[in-house]
Design a protein around this ligand. Structure first.
Ligand code: 5AD
Ligand code: SF4
Length: 450
């Protein structure tokens, strides 16, 4: 039996996407009933979890060097688990190279964490758990969740069937699985009852989500647009967001939801990856550059103020100067509010890794610098355009300075304003006075301060 007066401590280091951040939160939730509290200090932890990301660069190498560091930092008897996509991809390689690792857990197996810890404790040997059981994972994650402030992420979909030729996600996260409608609705209701005002629906391919319509709705299948409208009717929910979307799955109902549902925030992360139709084809994106631009036009017609964000890859195999220029011109045409950009990174096991026409590193770096200069300019201009406007800001927490709160604009920009703490969790009109490269500053309108 455990000693209840000596709670155990877990330390988690998280890399990568919001999905991973969410998984970390869920793993902590699963460990709490076992008496584990969170510590920021790896040296104080009884259990160290590395929640890893495999999407770019030498992810596995970073994990091994972190494991080397932990070996000397950890306290006696502390156990080490490697979770996330590197765990999925490397599997048994990890304990073979780093014998200090007790557990390797793929993203589909977190619900088994308590059982694995118990087993590791018994055997003190390596434990491998990387089987795909996404449905079971969703089931086990139905433990009640504690809200942490006025915003929350809610997973609605896992995995990806798209097989873009650069990407490891279909291999590490498995096939697309949608979470059941009733479960999503129940989770959002429970979060709203705890004071959550904004939910962000998460999925690698979130707009591919389909779910059985709730009984009595008179409909059969719901898509994401219908789900967003339904969630918007839950008491307390004031804002809905979702990420990440694929252009192929942007259906009319979802575009219409942007036009008609005010609570659906005017911000859409819609990666295109390249502005060259030839490269898009090699990437297996299943649409042309023209398709993407027409889609953006339709979305903007539905919601004229929508902020578009994206992801771009430069230096995919076969990308020459002319193809890169097409990326630059598509970027100019879209005029992104925010956009992430990356050098193509060869991921073993993906088709792109063995394609002819790999681009030299210095050419990739030079193109990335040009693209990022343009994207920085666009982001700064987008921020500057907010000065003089009054925006509804959802205050989330205290700001860096005394008396200041921080929140988000509808367009996901960070906003700072002097405001009483009582306004945390409320949507308040803020007159935007200044714009920096990464945040805005403003003054709350008098009526809100009263
Ligand atoms: N190389 C570079 N960028 C990549 N991404 C995914 N795989 C790779 C890769 N092999 C980027 C894509 C994706 C984002 C999450 O990461 O732009 O949208
Ligand atoms: Fe990867 Fe493409 Fe799936 Fe996105 S859509 S997760 S880039 S395979």
């Amino acid at each position: 039996m455990s000693e209840t007066n000596s709670p155990r401590k877990v330390h988690v280091k998280t890399w990568g996407c919001q999905m991973n951040a969410y998984d970390t939160e869920r793993m902590i939730g699963l460990l709490r009933p076992l008496g584990y509290g969170v510590t920021e200090d790896p040296g104080a932890a009884d259990l160290l979890i590395l929640n890893t990301c495999h999407i770019r660069e030498k992810a596995a190498e970073k994990v091994y060097s972190e494991l080397g560091r932990l070996k000397s930092q950890r306290k006696d008897g502390a156990r080490i688990a490697v979770a996330g996509c590197v765990a999925q991809a490397e599997g048994a390689e990890i304990p073979a190279r780093a014998p200090q690792v007790d557990m390797v857990i793929g993203p589909q197996s977190y619900h088994r964490l308590p059982e694995l810890i118990a087993r590791a404790a018994r055997e003190r040997g390596e434990v491998l758990e990387t089987e795909f059981e996404a449905e079971a994972k969703f089931d086990a994650l139905e433990t009640p969740r504690e809200a942490d402030g006025p915003t929350a992420f809610v997973t609605v979909q896992e995995g990806c069937d798209k097989f873009c030729t650069f990407c490891v996600v279909p291999y590490t996260r498995g096939a697309e699985v949608g979470r059941a409608t009733d479960r999503i609705v129940a989770e959002v209701r429970a979060l709203a009852a705890q004071g959550v005002r904004e939910v962000t629906l998460l999925g690698q391919n979130v707009n591919a989500w389909r779910g059985t319509a709730p009984a009595g709705s008179g409909e059969e299948v719901w898509g994401l647009g219908r789900l967003c409208r339904h969630l918007a009717r839950i008491d307390g929910i004031e804002r809905i967001r979702f990420t990440t979307s694929h252009p192929r799955d942007m259906d009319d109902a979802l575009i219409e939801a942007f036009a008609e549902e005010e609570k659906l925030m005017p911000y859409l992360h819609l990666p295109v990856q390249s502005g060259s139709t030839r490269i898009l084809k090699a990437m297996n994106r299943q649409h042309t550059a023209e398709d993407y631009l027409r889609l953006i036009e339709r979305i903007r017609a539905a919601r004229p103020d929508i902020a578009i964000s994206g992801d771009m890859i430069v230096g995919f195999p076969g990308e020459d100067e002319a193809a890169f220029e097409e990326t630059m011109s598509l970027t100019r045409e879209v005029d992104y509010a925010a956009c992430y950009s990356f050098k193509y990174s060869r991921r073993p096991g993906t088709p792109g890794a063995t394609m002819r026409g790999q681009v030299a590193e210095d050419a990739k770096a030079e193109r990335l610098a040009r693209l990022q200069a343009l994207l920085d300019e666009q982001r700064h201009a987008f921020n500057a355009r907010q000065v003089g406007r009054t925006l509804p800001i959802l205050f989330e927490a205290r700001g860096r300075h005394e008396g200041q709160l921080k929140g988000r604009s509808p367009y996901l920009q960070s906003v700072h304003a002097e405001a009483p703490e009582a306004l945390i969790g409320q949507v308040v009109p803020v007159a935007i006075e200044r714009a920096g490269p990464n945040s805005l500053t403003g003054r709350i309108e008098c009526s809100a301060a009263a």
